[in-house]
Design a protein around this ligand. Structure first.
Ligand SMILES: [Zn+2]
Ligand SMILES: [Zn+2]
Length: 550
């Protein structure tokens, strides 16, 4: 019994683990991560798939715990290389399906829906799917019944006692598993492990929304939340309908998810209340509620375009009210602020989570995590899903709840744990687990490219072009200096001339001492230009020598 962590332990995102029993591998989620600001031009970040590629023949499937991108967004990339069935709730599969279908890879997988509480044998894996509450409906914790006892993986969860759909985290089942068999190993969500107290119930947000709709009767209301947060959409819709508004969805993923959720009976909005955003011209603004994508300030999203005055369906006017029913994910704060600023400039009143409780987290806070630990009483405990400090905070909670110090293990991406009769052994850095950067449709841009982009962004580039007769060492043409981002060329001609002069001198000097070859000359040119640029301007742009043999 082995578990390999490929992502999500040390960062929020790209969650991916392999559970191994009898030599077979079950993937547990395959997510993506959205890039940090310093990952220039990168669209998204994936787990390193090397271990999966090497062991492709042993993979029997993937369990998708819930439909968030950080858990299923990597599947459309992995399925290009490998083929396996995916198990999850019907909604999870519907959400995961979007990207897989876009990538034209539906024929490389089988989407197999499992029900709440279902226990199913998949190859050597005896899996049980236990309902949990989270910020997307129909998420699962997974119990693996193995020869080494029960491994319980919580998935993303909170303990919401009054969820919008009444579907509770099945603590009773977890407790009875612990009572009857004992939980040998617990893997539990650490996202909010450093937040005190108890998360707010999702239904508490509904009451706040209702009050806001009351307060702003007479204004056009535009709302935004995660498109997968079906329960939030429901509560916005309920408030809108209570105040006699027509609802219009905006943004591709919002429209798609609302359609899917209504078809599945998970979202109740009467037909006559719902319109397309291009079909609301005749609706009185005081009786309109728009539900839009863009809650994270994504630059090309419907809301960001509104804030820039560039949304073709909707122009923000004075007295519009925008309710941002969300909280920025770390890294997105700057984009979100920019959107709030733009909307405010256009005259809208913006209500966000810093002003009113228009958002509730989907992840358990300390008191909930302790409750889960006390109910499951695990023999061994590995915190998962979080940045390093979250994992450490969660480990501390585990010890507080009575798990012996050496039975709580902090693991990171690339680590492998082995569970046998003697207990849990951690093997550090056992498999490659670096970031796989995706730009466009091509995988792995590589750390080198990112380093170059950072230099280009911060310092610019200086290209030195020179043609040389290698036999005599004399310069035929050049050196010509071309730059972007170092100094503004038309205004700094003197500087460019001096730089060319410095390079010319260096080539002359070099041709007297050593045998000339192109590589040697390139090095000479780069060094001379670099030294000059640094001495004159204290900057370090990228120097690109282009030495031609004439
Ligand atoms: Zn997650
Ligand atoms: Zn999640």
């Amino acid at each position: 019994m082995k578990i390999t962590f490929l992502g999500g332990l040390g960062e929020i995102g790209r969650n991916c683990a392999c559970v191994e029993v009898d030599g077979s591998i079950m993937l547990l989620d395959c997510g993506l991560m959205f890039p940090d600001l310093d990952m220039l031009g990168i669209d998204l970040v994936l787990p390193d798939f090397e271990y999966l590629r090497e062991n492709a023949d042993r993979i029997v499937g993937c369990i998708a715990t819930h439909g968030h991108e950080d858990h299923v967004g990597g599947l459309s990339f992995l399925l290009r290389e490998l083929s396996f069935p995916i198990y999850g709730s019907a909604l999870t599969l519907a959400l995961a399906r979007n990207r897989i279908e876009e990538a034209g890879l539906l024929d490389r997988t089988q989407l197999i829906a499992v029900k709440d509480g279902e226990r199913r044998q998949i190859g050597p894996f005896d899996c049980e799917f236990i309902p949990v509450t989270h910020s997307v409906p129909h998420g699962f914790a997974t119990a693996f019944h193995t020869p080494q006892g029960i491994i319980l993986h919580t998935g993303d969860f909170k303990l919401d006692l009054t969820p919008v759909d009444g579907r509770l985290t099945d603590l009773a089942r977890m407790g009875s598993l612990a009572d009857q068999h004992g939980i040998r190993l617990l893997l539990s969500d650490s996202t909010n492990a450093d937040s005190k107290g108890h998360s707010h119930s999702e239904t508490s947000v509904g009451a706040v929304l209702y009050d806001l709709f009351h307060e702003f009767e007479g204004s056009r209301i535009i709302t935004t939340c995660f498109a997968s947060h079906i329960h939030r959409v429901q509560q916005i819709a309920d408030a809108a309908i209570a105040f006699d508004r027509t609802i219009a969805t905006m943004g591709l993923s919002m429209r798609k998810n609302v359609r899917v959720a209504r078809e599945m009976g998970l979202l109740r909005i009467p037909d006559h209340r719902l319109r397309d955003i291009d079909d609301v011209k005749d609706v009185d603004p005081a009786h309109l509620c728009v539900i839009s994508t863009g809650s994270q300030g994504e630059p090309m999203s419907a809301l960001a375009l509104m804030a820039a005055g560039e949304n073709k369906f909707l122009k923000i006017k004075r007295d519009d009210v925008v309710i941002m029913s969300s909280h920025p994910i770390p890294g997105n704060e700057a984009n979100v602020s920019k959107v709030i600023d733009g909307l405010t400039r256009l005259g809208a009143e913006v209500v966000h989570s810093g002003i009113e409780d228009v958002h509730a987290t989907g992840h358990a806070k300390q008191e909930e995590l302790k409750t889960l630990l006390s109910i499951t009483q695990p023999d061994w405990f590995v915190p998962v899903h979080g940045e390093y400090r979250h994992l450490v905070a969660h480990a501390r909670l585990g010890r507080q709840m009575g798990i012996p110090r050496d039975h709580v293990q902090i693991c990171e991406d690339g680590d492998q744990v082995v569970l046998d009769d003697d207990g849990l052994t951690v093997m550090r850095r056992e498999v490659p687990a670096g970031y796989l950067y995706v730009d466009g449709i091509i995988g792995d841009v590589g750390a080198g490219v990112l380093r170059d982009r950072r230099v280009l962004a911060e310092e610019g580039v200086v290209v030195v072009v020179v043609a040389i007769d290698v036999r005599t060492g004399s310069i035929i043409t050049g050196p010509e200096i071309i730059t972007r981002g170092w100094v503004y060329a038309p205004e700094a001609e003197d500087l460019l001339d001096q730089c060319a002069e410095a390079v010319r001198d260096a080539i002359k000097e070099a041709s007297q001492h050593a045998a000339l070859d192109i590589e040697n000359l390139q090095r000479t040119v780069r060094r001379a230009a670099g030294r000059f640029v640094n001495a004159q301007t204290r900057r370090r742009p990228m120097i690109v020598p282009v030495v031609m043999e004439a």
